[in-house]
Design a binder for this molecule. Structure first.
Ligand code: ADP
Ligand code: MG
Length: 486
């Protein structure tokens, strides 16, 4: 293993990721689970924990968790159990959170991340299903705290990794890959602004070859960038502490994005403090083999498989494949274009990838748009590339065509026709022009023949100018060579 040390210390990180399950309604009630509703409007009597209300399990959420478990190559447990985690907090009206401690729905998965020196497997301990709590709002009034129960009962998956990461960058890679997988299978939208995905980072340091050190847990981090900052700060804090002979206290900390620091929140509770016990209102979840098999047979293609296929079938390099698969919508658009190309089985995929990555993305980035907001149908890129391959236009002219596509949203072939952009490939015409150019520049031809190679470009340039920029560059090159006699 190529585990790097930091000031002589090995960093150990384990992540708990809370991912909101893409479900229209809550885990145990029929209230909507959408973001942005007015406070306390998505709240049923059950969500407010009025006495006598019973949970009714939302089976869709179970299916989503199983799908996620299969996507991370985990073991799907045919029996899993909901436990009550008891604690008091004003935004938790029932006094307990329903979670799965002893028998989670998924155990033992893994995610492969790309590292400087190759690939690394991060093991996943478990995925369990749980409900979210409400929200306390402290900053609306100087002397009152408000409670919004809209999130109370929103379905979450908690995905718990083993302590397998050794740097903040590995932790960030892991979270990015996990997010990619969740989006591919569609079980979590992973929208950071909506709080769809949150991270708890467990961080410790130790000297290699000795047992792991005491960890602190930084809770509720809501961006990948902050995850990196929080870990780096925490590592530095622990190193400074241990190097002056101090001790790390096991505790829960919070990251403050304004100061870039982590601050102590409370000393860490143990599982025993929560008085976990199986929820008497809920039966264990039992899954049949057929149910699991049906989901397994309907899994979409996952990022790693898609990447391999793009490299094998479309002859893309790893760099291009990585960019195209990162966002499932981009990957789908790319394939839609490839499928529309007349040259899909030869050289168009690579060209379509190039044009998308360099030119199309540049415009989208500049305008802050996603691939789904592209001004023209993606198959126009395939049509444009086909015009390059069949010799109708040159790559240079294609840029003009593409700009036109962005402004007028018209088909490339129509643009070429209307603007008279067709390339001149007729060899007789090109030969006539070349002969004229060389005749008018006999001095330069002499210099060229006596060794001034650079003048070849001059002949190409003048010929192209004579052809109003529309000459086929390959043919111009070929014919100049022929006329010059080699
Ligand atoms: P809890 O629910 O109390 O936080 P868990 O046992 O579920 O405790 O562990 C939570 C996370 O802490 C896991 O992701 C695990 O990988 C990580 N972890 C455990 N020990 C260490 C350690 N010494 N350093 C860093 N992370 C650790
Ligand atoms: Mg924890």
């Amino acid at each position: 293993m190529s585990d790097k040390l930091y000031k002589g210390w090995e960093i150990v990180i384990g992540l708990e990721v809370h991912a909101q399950i893409s479900s229209k309604s809550k885990l145990f009630s029929r209230s909507p689970a959408n973001f942005g509703a007015d406070p306390n409007t998505n709240v049923s009597l059950y969500d407010a924990a009025l006495p006598g209300q019973l949970p009714v399990l939302n089976n869709f959420c179970i299916e989503q968790a199983v799908k996620t478990g299969i996507a991370i190559d985990g073991t799907i447990n045919k029996i899993s159990v909901f436990d009550r985690k008891n604690y008091f907090y004003p935004d938790l009206p029932s006094g307990y959170q329903i979670s799965q401690l002893y028998h989670p729905i998924v155990t033992n998965g893994k995610i492969v991340i790309e590292e400087e020196f190759g690939e690394k497997t991060i093991n996943i301990e478990r995925i369990h299903i749980e409900q979210d709590a409400g929200k306390s709002i402290h900053d609306l009034s100087p002397n009152e705290t408000y409670i919004d129960l809209n999130r109370s009962g929103v379905p979450l998956m908690e995905i718990v990794s083993q302590p397998d990461m050794r740097s903040s960058s590995e932790a960030m890679q892991y979270v990015k890959k996990l997010r990619m997988i969740l989006r591919y299978v569609g079980t979590c939208d992973c929208n950071m602004e909506k709080g769809n995905i949150r991270f708890d980072a467990n961080v410790s340091i130790h000297k290699p070859g000795t047992p792991f050190g005491t960890r602190t847990e930084i809770k509720n981090i809501n961006s990948i960038k902050f995850l990196g900052f929080a870990i780096d700060y925490e590592v530095e804090r622990q190193v400074s502490l241990l190097e002056i002979g101090g001790k790390v206290v096991q505790e829960t900390r919070l990251f403050d994005p304004n100061t870039g620091e982590t601050k102590s929140m409370r000393s860490k509770e143990d599982a025993a403090d929560y008085r976990y016990f199986p929820d008497p209102d809920l039966k264990p979840i039992t899954l049949t083999d057929e149910f699991i098999k049906r989901i397994r047979n309907n899994m979409p293609e996952l990022p790693d498989a898609k990447k391999k296929r793009f490299i094998d079938i479309y002859a893309l390099n790893i760099y291009d494949a990585n960019i195209l698969i990162e966002d499932i919508d981009v990957a789908n658009k790319f394939e839609e274009a490839v499928n529309a190309s007349r040259f899909a089985s030869t050289n168009s995929p690579k060209l379509i990838a190039n044009w998308m990555i360099s030119e199309v993305f540049a415009v989208l980035n500049k305008e802050g748009k996603s691939i789904n907001e592209l001004d023209f149908p993606i198959i126009y890129i395939a049509e444009m590339v086909d015009l390059i391959i069949d010799g109708t236009i040159s790559g240079k002219i294609a840029k003009t065509v593409l700009n036109e596509m962005f402004t007028t949203k018209r088909k490339p072939a129509d643009i070429v026709q209307d603007m008279g952009l067709s390339q001149i490939s007729d060899e007789t015409i090109i030969r006539e022009v070349v002969e004229k150019v060389l005749k008018n520049n006999q001095e330069k031809v002499k210099e060229y023949k006596s060794g001034k190679d650079k003048l070849f470009g001059f002949f190409v340039g003048v010929t192209m100018k004579e052809l109003a920029g529309k000459g086929n560059p390959e043919k111009i090159n070929k014919i100049i060579k022929e006329v010059l006699g080699y």
